[in-house]
Every structure is written in C-alpha cells, then in structure tokens.
Write a protein that binds this ligand. Structure first.
Ligand code: NCC
Length: 272
C-alpha cells in the first residue's frame, strides 16, 4: 500500500459507500419522515471545492480570497468566518457537524446564524459492530431531538445525517491503506468531509489539513488554545488520514507546504 498512486487510492475510495441517511434506510422509524426527500446534492456538480480544516496554521495565511473563489466551501463544526475573512474567507456552502455540536447547549445549534441558509451534514459515531437500529436507539450524543426540531422549524432546510455505517466504511479504507494498526475510533470530520465531497467536485482543495510551514501548536485559527493533538491526533486516526491524503494529492510540494493546501481529484475525472 505504501506506493499506491493517487489514482489507485482514489479508485479504491470511490468504491467505498459514503452516504447520508435516506428515508428508505430507516423506513418505519419516526425519524424517517424528517429526512429531506431529496438527496445531498443529487445531480449537482461543482468544479472547484474547498475544505477548510480548522487548524491554527490558517491564522495569518491570507488564504481567504482564494478559498472564496471556489464554487463550494465546506467548513467544520462551529468554525467562524466573521472576524477571520482574510485568512479563511466568508463563503460557506456546507458544514459538517459532529453530534456534540448538534446537542451541546453552548453551540446553540437551533438558533445560531452559523447554521442557517446552508447545507448541513451531521454525524454521530455508532460502535463498529452496531446496526442502524442499535444506533437509532443509542447514539453517542443524542442528536435526534434537535435534528427533528431543526427540520420542523424550517421545512426547507437542508439538514442531513450521515449514515453511521459510512463512518466505519471510511475507517476500514484508512486502515487498509495504513502501515500501522489503528484504534477503532471514527475518522475525523476532515477526512469524512473529503469522502462526502469527492463525488460532486472536479477537484477538492483542502486547506491546512496536511500541515504547512505555518504549523503551530495552536489547535484552531479561531481560538488561542494550544494542543498539538488537534493537528496530529489522539482519538481520531488523524495522522493516518493526513498521510493518506498527502498520498492522494496532485499539487506540488510548494503548494502543499508553502501555500498550505492539497488538491485531490474528484471521482468524475478518474479513470479506474
Ligand atoms: O477541532 P475540529 O474537529 O472541529 O476540527 C475540524 C477538522 O479540522 C481538522 N483539523 C483541526 C485542527 C487542527 N489543528 N488540524 C486539523 O487538521 C481535522 O480534520 C478536524 O476533523 C471533529 O473532527 O469533528 C473535531 O471536533 C472537535 C470538537 O468536537 C468540535 O470542534 C466542537 O467543539 C473535537 N474536539 C473535542 O471534542 C475536544 C476534535 O477532536 C474533532
């Protein structure tokens, strides 16, 4: 696996099932009727997509205008843009939220402007061996009440749930392409975001996920807290994800390590 090409790795990833939860997946469950009838982006396609990792290394990067020049911009959790436009831009097309952000009162999921008028995908980790029913009965953080309330308040909202099986499909993929044994913790939002976008984009630029020369002890660009685990991982298999992402990258090293982004070709243009 060490010398698989970008193309080989992506052709493998293309076969991994990564989907949002659909009504038919949970047919008779009360949650089912709250799920949007239409799928995530269906037949929509984007040329350029940007994923903004929340890393401290983005601070001072001045990448904002370039990030905003992408057709789609994905951000994570409660990562703000207001006050940080120069470094991270202000366009947000989609947010990927972990279930802590959906449930913990401090994030004000139901009322914050951060989550209005955009597409949202929320995810919650089931156990590796759990069935969909197990997960519905016992999610890690119970995101279903707020999910239903959010959808009730705005019937046109584009709020999706990730199929929890997809998390472990992605984990299996990372493990099978990693030299060391990984703990069974789900991938970070960062790698999940890549998996979600690749079918819809000609290419995906991921900002400050593979650390550039701006690398810092700082966890987030929006918060002074220092914690190197945010960049290199403790719970999520972050280091393995990042190595694999670097292996899929087609940009030159100056782009990756000076400018601070990797470019991953979308599934549309692959020859497998
Ligand atoms: O920090 P977090 O991640 O919200 O970051 C989003 C994604 O950006 C990439 N990242 C972040 C910081 C950094 N220094 N380097 C990076 O590469 C990672 O790919 C990361 O996934 C998450 O993945 O959802 C996570 O969420 C936080 C936290 O729950 C939310 O920010 C809400 O406060 C988790 N931290 C804790 O639970 C304390 C983090 O482990 C994973």
């Amino acid at each position: 696996y060490m010398d698989k090409s970008s193309n080989e790795l992506l052709c493998e990833l293309k076969k991994v099932s990564i989907h949002t939860l659909r009504r038919i997946d949970i047919r008779n469950h009360p949650l089912s009727s709250y799920i949007p009838k239409r799928g995530l982006f269906e037949n929509k396609r984007f040329n350029s997509c940007a994923i903004v990792a929340s890393a401290g290394g983005l601070k001072g990067s001045q990448l904002g205008p370039f990030i905003d020049s992408h057709d789609l911009v994905l951000r994570f959790n409660h990562a703000p843009t207001i006050g940080f436009h120069d470094d991270v831009g202000n366009k947000t097309t989609i947010r990927l939220l972990n279930s802590q952000v959906v449930t913990k009162p401090q994030f004000k999921f139901l009322t914050s402007k951060l989550y209005q008028n955009i597409t949202i995908v929320a995810w919650d980790p089931s156990n590796y061996t759990a069935s969909l029913d197990d997960w519905l009965q016992k999610p890690d953080f119970n995101l279903f009440p707020n999910y239903m309330e959010f959808r009730k308040r705005n019937l046109k909202s584009r709020l999706f749930l990730m199929n929890p099986k997809s998390l472990w499909n992605v984990w299996d993929y990372i493990q099978s392409n990693s030299p060391s044994r990984l703990r069974r913790n789900p991938p970070s939002s960062g790698f999940l975001g890549l998996g979600i976008l690749l079918p819809y984009c000609n290419f995906v630029d991921i900002f400050e996920y593979v650390p550039s020369t701006r690398v810092t002890k700082r966890c987030h660009y929006y918060d002074p807290e220092e914690n190197v685990a945010c960049t290199f991982g403790v719970w999520h298999p972050l280091a393995a994800e990042k190595l694999l992402t670097y292996q899929m990258n087609i940009a030159d090293d100056k782009t990756v390590f000076q400018q601070g982004f990797v470019r991953i070709p979308g599934f549309q243009n692959l020859e497998c």
